[in-house]
Design a protein around this ligand. Structure first.
Ligand code: ACO
Length: 276
């Protein structure tokens, strides 16, 4: 089913619940004639999808229509002509940082422990497009994928939440090199740098993503969520803290599972796992 949201269509987004399988949803950046260049409207549309995600959705696929994942910010925003109905808030505006927070909201929710997010990347993922792929938990790349953190070359820092996971994955030195040189990373190098879980021939991208989604959906929802909570806190925890978290989350999970076998759990009630 395709959710009927004309505002999303105007923002250049498609949101298909139940694709590629029941329990999943697919977000498609749908402005292929501009290589899925991104606007504030698109970023706010992404945030709106995250805020109203149907509770049955446990896996979210993010992809681009056409040959590119995304060519990053729509460069017309920087021209005097601009884009009708779209504008950037200026740095001189007192609300500048709040406005950035509002567009970052389109990217942060993809890390929510209630879902697993998968970026399916073919062709270019540049700047904001690369940051969107980095916001997903997992990345499957077509072998023609080309990743580039272009922001510093345009006088910007990456500010769509792309520096955290990027640096955690590739390390400080490599993240710095890739940001400051705006060097393009091939799919093969991305795999070596742990920026991709899987690289496949372009014709096999959809099938590979479908197989991954099926495997992710095969895990019991509460178990998937608790495992993601646990794994996400591992990098910042000491061994002692992580061992404690394993004990606590295991206890919560197993009590939740026992309870759910004997009585229905009210919708919205806390699932096992927490971020503490
Ligand atoms: N903003 C606006 N329009 C764009 C953008 C963009 N970021 N990227 C592509 N387009 C448009 C092109 O102007 C072109 O329009 P036209 O058909 O009216 O001439 C159309 O999309 C197709 O683009 P081509 O360049 O012809 O496609 P090609 O496949 O040869 O190249 C590529 C794709 C490499 C992505 C190239 O378009 C490009 O370098 N784009 C700019 C990338 C960029 O610098 N993005 C900013 C990153 S920084 C940030 O996101 C904050």
């Amino acid at each position: 089913m395709t959710a009927g949201r004309p505002d999303l269509a105007r923002a250049g987004l498609r949101f298909d619940v139940g694709a590629p399988a029941p329990g999943a949803a697919t977000i498609t950046l749908d402005r292929s004639q501009r290589r899925n260049a991104m606007t504030p409207g698109m970023w706010h549309g992404l945030a709106a999808i995250g805020q109203a995600l149907p509770p049955e959705v446990r896996v979210v696929v993010v992809q681009g229509a056409g040959p590119s994942f995304s060519a990053g910010i729509d460069l017309r925003l920087f021209t005097p002509e601009g884009i009708p109905g779209e504008s950037l808030v200026g740095a001189g505006d007192p609300g500048f940082e709040d406005w950035i927070a509002s567009v970052q909201a389109g990217f942060t929710w993809l890390r929510d422990p209630a879902i697993v997010s998968v970026a399916a990347v073919r062709g270019h993922a540049i700047g904001a497009g690369f940051q969107l792929a980095l916001s997903c938990d997992l990345r499957v790349l077509a072998d023609d994928a080309q990743l580039c953190m272009k922001e510093p070359a345009l006088g910007l820092v990456p500010d769509l939440t792309g520096t955290k996971d990027f640096t955690d994955l590739v390390g400080v030195a490599r993240a710095l090199e890739l940001c400051l040189t705006a060097r393009t990373v091939s799919a093969a190098e991305a795999y070596e740098l742990r920026l991709a879980e899987l690289v496949v021939p372009g014709a096999e991208l959809d099938g590979a993503v479908g197989d991954l989604v099926a495997a992710l959906l095969a895990v019991e929802p509460a178990v998937a969520r608790a495992t993601k909570e646990l794994i996400m806190q591992a990098p910042r925890n000491t061994l002692e803290q992580q061992a404690r978290a394993e004990r606590r989350i295991q206890a919560q999970l197993q009590r939740f599972r026992m309870r759910s076998q004997t009585e229905p759990i009210p919708a919205g009630e806390d699932q096992p796992g927490d971020a503490t």
